[in-house]
Design a protein around this ligand. Structure first.
Ligand SMILES: Nc1ncnc2c1ncn2[C@@H]1O[C@H](COP(=O)(O)OP(=O)(O)OP(=O)(O)O)[C@@H](O)[C@H]1O
Ligand SMILES: [Mg+2]
Length: 355
């Protein structure tokens, strides 16, 4: 079908303003065209790459092989949640469609559309984390309540019994009952988390992070380096300082345990503009990253990381993360994470201003 100049100007305008990244490759998989959205996605300028093999832009080898296959077979492909590891920029997750085309002269070409889906994935994941945290809290509340009452009775009865006993040897048994009941009681209290309402005030996030750094620095040996990377311009936020200290301390202690005897932990602070936490859009959000270069989160723990009693350490109680999540939730924030061997990042997001 021939197009008039007006029509082709219109087509050009549409394609250049699409949010979807569009690339056109020729039959040798050389780049023939890319729209501004594609330039943004790959952080390259089209003029530099036109006529070059697409592989120079789409570094991913598996993807290049798949594209060749599309040309050969003539069947379109769709790949969901494909991770583009471009090396020179942060990884992007895209849904990709590749469609083989044949023009009026019988020349083959390949049309590629890519939609970046990181943001949707993040929102879905965050909603999951919040729902999980709420469900856990409800379960633990109910369970702790059921355990604490009989436990109090048990302890009281053992105390009464102890008073009646004259034999020191028998008293040892009541001691065991009492001290074990106390241990369980303390565990229940820890699982329930703080039952006081947050005491919020205006605070600078760095007073919190610095406090945690000082405490944990004193606990780790000198081959564990805790590095600071702060953005000093972050405005004050309104939160409970003790709760934030406790939550971030749990994350930094985990990082210290992950790097074991030597490694590096980075405490990074930044702001994010127009960012959603759960269902709420915030004008400005403070972001605190706890980054370690340890082995990463074990695969079998990934789904259940924030559930209580989930631990990968022999002496762990598995309460550090669920408590941290609950404390940060109480301050309208959220903890997110990302991990691969050599780099684990736990991110605390806290609102500075809401829209
Ligand atoms: N930075 C990290 N790197 C690798 N694994 C981690 C990291 N943070 C947490 N984990 C894993 O997640 C598990 C759960 O952490 P969580 O803080 O909830 O409990 P814990 O550290 O085991 O015990 P607790 O904090 O109650 O003493 C840890 O046991 C560990 O296996
Ligand atoms: Mg822990």
């Amino acid at each position: 079908m021939d197009t008039t100049p007006i029509q082709s100007a219109l087509h050009k305008r549409v394609i250049e303003n699409l949010h979807t990244a569009v690339l056109l490759l020729d039959d040798h998989l050389r780049l023939e065209f890319m729209n501004p959205a594609a330039e943004m996605l790959f952080a390259v300028s089209a003029s530099r790459f036109i006529g070059h093999p697409a592989q120079e832009v789409l570094i991913d080898r598996e993807l290049s092989t798949a594209l060749k296959q599309v040309l050969v077979s003539g069947t379109p492909i769709t790949e969901r949640e494909l991770v583009l590891d471009l090396g020179y920029r942060p990884r992007a997750t895209v849904d990709l469609t590749a469609i083989p085309l044949i023009d009026s002269e019988g020349k083959e070409a390949l049309l590629i559309e890519m939609n970046q889906v990181d943001r949707q994935l993040r929102i879905t994941r965050e909603e999951g984390l919040l729902a999980q945290s709420n469900a856990t809290r409800a379960l633990v509340r109910g369970l702790a309540h059921e355990i604490k009452n009989p436990l109090g009775g048990l302890r009281g009865a053992a105390q009464l019994l102890e008073r009646e006993l004259n034999n020191e040897e028998l008293k040892e048994y009541t001691h065991i009952i009492i001290s074990e009941a106390d241990r369980l009681q303390a565990l229940m209290n820890r699982m329930l988390g703080p039952n006081t309402l947050p005491r919020k005030r205006r605070l600078n996030i760095h007073e919190v992070v610095e406090r945690v750094r000082q405490v944990v620095s004193a606990e780790v040996n000198e081959e564990v380096i805790i590095r600071r990377d702060y953005d000093p311009s972050i405005p004050e936020l309104y939160a409970d300082p003790d709760q934030l200290i406790q939550a971030i301390m749990n994350l930094v202690r985990n990082a210290a345990q992950a790097v074991a005897d030597h490694g590096e932990i980075v405490l990074r602070t930044r702001t994010l503009r127009r960012y959603t936490i759960g269902p709420t859009l915030h004008k400005l959000v403070a972001r605190i990253d706890v980054i370690d270069n340890g082995p990463g989160i074990a695969a079998e723990m990934r789904e259940s990381l924030f559930l209580p009693m989930v631990t990968g350490r022999a002496d762990g109680t598995g309460l550090g993360l669920p408590i941290a999540q609950s404390l940060i939730n109480q301050n309208d924030g959220l903890i997110e994470w990302e991990s691969r061997p050599g780099q684990t990042v736990f991110t605390v997001l806290l609102p500075i201003e809401s829209e």
